[in-house]
Design a binder for this molecule. Structure first.
Ligand code: GRF
Length: 200
């Protein structure tokens, strides 16, 4: 990775398909960003193997134990990634809530992707929530992260139809295709902006 690219750290807990989309886009020679670290709270997260296969450094910071408070855990998260000097921290299916203290280390630099058109259907099982509510349209949202789950400033959204025959799984699959496109677009755009502001 060349020095003038934005440095992106990605947090995952599982499959890592959004992470993979971000890594693949970063491999284009003209990408304005590079992925410098993938962090997982689960050592069995499938995404870790994908990251390794792309020669991206990985680190596992296991979840809370009785001995480790949420605050200590978040301090450890921050201490782990600070040496990587992230310009952007992308949560991609990371199943832990980050604290105010963690956010304060990276102001305006933490973003998340959520599989609904926020502010609708925050939290878990967003696709099932959309089906349960009987909406005809859903989608995904990339937003800045604040202390409240799925409530930070919205950066961009993509819409998909909800079909009468949809299950949570079929809807999730349709949304996921858009997630990969949207997340990559947003990270690329933010990295370009960052580069331009550094050049001025
Ligand atoms: C995605 O649907 C994302 O929107 C949500 O968690 C899921 C993660 O999937 N936050 P993956 O690990 O990126 O495949």
């Amino acid at each position: 990775m060349t020095n003038n690219k934005s440095r992106v750290v990605i947090f995952i807990s599982g499959r890592g398909s959004n992470m993979e989309a971000l890594i693949k886009a970063a491999e284009a020679p003209d990408s304005p960003y590079g992925v410098v670290l993938v962090l997982s709270d689960k050592k069995k997260a499938a995404g870790l193997d994908i990251a390794k296969s792309h020669n991206i450094p990985t680190v596992v910071i296991p979840r809370l134990t009785k001995e480790r408070s949420k605050e200590d855990y978040n301090t450890l998260l921050a201490e782990t990634i600070i040496p990587y000097k992230p310009d952007l921290v992308c949560l991609a299916g990371f199943m832990r809530v980050v604290t105010k203290e963690f956010i304060s280390h990276f102001p305006g630099k933490i973003i998340n992707i959520h599989p609904s058109l926020l502010p609708n259907f925050k939290g878990l099982n967003a696709q099932q929530q959309a089906i349960g509510a009987g909406v005809s349209e859903s989608g995904c949202t990339v937003h800045y992260v604040n202390e409240e789950v799925d409530a930070g400033e919205i950066i961009a959204q993509a819409k998909v139809p909800v079909l009468p025959t949809d299950t949570a799984e079929t809807l999730a699959a349709r949304i996921l295709i858009q997630e990969h496109i949207l997340y990559t677009k947003v990270v690329t755009a933010l990295a370009r902006e960052e580069k331009d502001s550094n050049n001025n």
